[in-house]
Design a protein. Structure first.
Length: 448
């Protein structure tokens, strides 16, 4: 019986191939000096030389899987347990104002079905999980009270369970908690470097050749999922998809160069988003979000620009909520007052804000035909951190209300997303068109 040779090719297959090539190799090709093979071994050598074995395929190592999370509330402690498929190196630390426990992990896959919610009576108020940086996952636990975190106890697989990581949270006093809270020095340095790198252009900035630079900023991402819709649609997923559609529409126009603050499901701190737009010397920054309201009858798209104080209480409350994105993800805000500092308006920033307002009105004019607009005061203003670049005109578009069933349903359709993306692209074109140019759009519509 014929086996396999060292190349991995079946000897029978090699024999047939050699036989098929025998006539063609039996004489020198015209103009060549190579002698013709005169026996089967030479033919086989030639066949194997011309058909080398493919390189062995290497499997990409699978990332560990987080299979479950459990909370145990006891009289003297609150216990948090993660179950994983494989052991991982993790570390924990605490952050204050607000009080949080952060669990840093390598990249993992999250397969949590209906993770448990705390009762609210123990130390844990709530928690969230997801990607924080590429290669770095995170769990952030919001606290009801100051705690001391035990060293992680790892229990090997047994009884049908995987590896279990056990953390006990013991009550402590405010002074002890505040003294121990803060980023470990090496992680703080890593984050500072990541912020610097993320704020640099991804490639040398090309000559503009008259092109305008647009930065699209899908809000939230990774560990920060944003608002959850009544239909289960997550804000982070909606705005990323819509941002990619807007970018694609604008890239069809040779007058624009387009960058995105994120094009994957990852977390980007607010300050980095602003720095990215400034690093690219953007002519316009468009941040995409989706809103929510306790009154589920409220619906429609709205656009925000920067102001020293919100246009109304609702706008101010929304800005406060969106400005908590870094807190949600477990970013250290020590010494950072960008979210609360007053806006120092100079002449340059006033001109920037005027340009932002003009684009907001143009966008509302274009979007009216593509989606429902908030009936009352759709152009609003508030002190959003991502709008604070003094030299980049910036707007924040709330695409609709995920708390409203009609808005949430239409935002979950391809037709709506393409229509709104094309309308935003038309608004950008009109905003930068010369005064004498026709108002008609030339951005090609997106296919469904």
């Amino acid at each position: 019986m014929l086996g396999r040779d060292s190349s991995g090719m079946s000897k029978f297959a090699t024999f047939l191939l050699a036989g098929a090539l025998l006539a063609g190799l039996s004489a020198p090709a015209a103009g060549q000096g190579n002698p013709a093979p005169d026996n089967l071994d030479q033919i086989l050598d030639q066949v194997l030389k011309d058909n080398p074995a493919p390189p062995a395929k290497t499997k990409t190592p699978a990332v560990p899987v987080v299979m479950s999370a459990r909370i145990g509330e006891h009289d003297d402690r609150t216990r948090f347990v993660l179950e994983l498929s494989d052991p991982v190196n993790l570390r924990t630390f605490t952050l204050s104002n607000p009080d949080r426990v952060v669990i840093d992990l390598p990249a993992v896959a999250w397969h949590l079905e209906g993770p448990p919610r705390p009762s609210g009576h123990g130390a844990i108020k709530s928690y969230r999980y997801g990607l924080f940086r590429p290669g770095n996952a995170r769990v952030v636990i919001d606290l009801n009270q100051p705690v001391t975190v035990s060293d992680a106890l790892v229990i090997p697989p047994e009884g049908g369970f995987g590896y279990r990581v056990v953390l006990d949270l013991f009550p402590t006093n405010r002074t002890k908690f505040d003294q121990s809270a803060g980023w470990p020095a090496d992680l703080k340095a890593r984050e500072a470097q990541a912020e610097r790198v993320a704020s640099l252009p991804s490639a040398p900035v090309p000559s503009r050749n008259g092109r305008k630079v647009i930065v699209i900023d899908p809000g939230h991402g990774g560990i920060d999922s944003g608002t959850s819709g009544v239909n289960g649609l997550l804000e982070r997923d909606l705005v990323l998809d819509e941002g990619l559609r807007v970018a694609r529409a604008l890239r069809n126009d040779p007058d624009f160069t387009v960058y995105m603050t994120r094009d994957t499901d990852t977390f980007i701190p607010l300050r980095e988003r602003v720095n990215i737009s400034r690093a690219h010397k953007a002519d316009l920054f468009i941040s995409l979000h989706a809103d929510s309201n306790p009154d589920n009858s409220v619906s429609g798209l709205s656009i925000y620009t920067l102001s020293e104080s919100g246009s109304d209480k609702e706008a101010a409350a929304l800005a406060r909520k969106e400005n908590q994105s870094d807190v949600i993800a477990g970013v250290d805000l020590g010494g950072e007052n960008a979210a609360v500092a007053p806006i120092l308006l100079d002449l340059e920033q006033r001109d920037t804000m005027n340009k932002s307002s003009r684009f907001a009105q143009t966008a509302l004019d274009c979007l009216t035909a593509a989606t429902d607009i908030l009936p009352r005061q759709p152009h609003r203003s508030a002190a959003f951190v991502v709008l604070k670049a003094p030299d980049v005109p910036s707007v924040l578009i709330e695409l609709g209300y995920l708390s409203n069933a009609t808005d949430a349903a239409q935002m979950n359709t391809t037709r709506w997303r393409n229509g709104v993306a094309a309308a935003i692209a038309r608004a950008v074109e009109r905003h930068f068109a010369p005064a004498s140019a026709s108002a008609g759009p030339h951005v090609a519509p997106l296919s469904e």
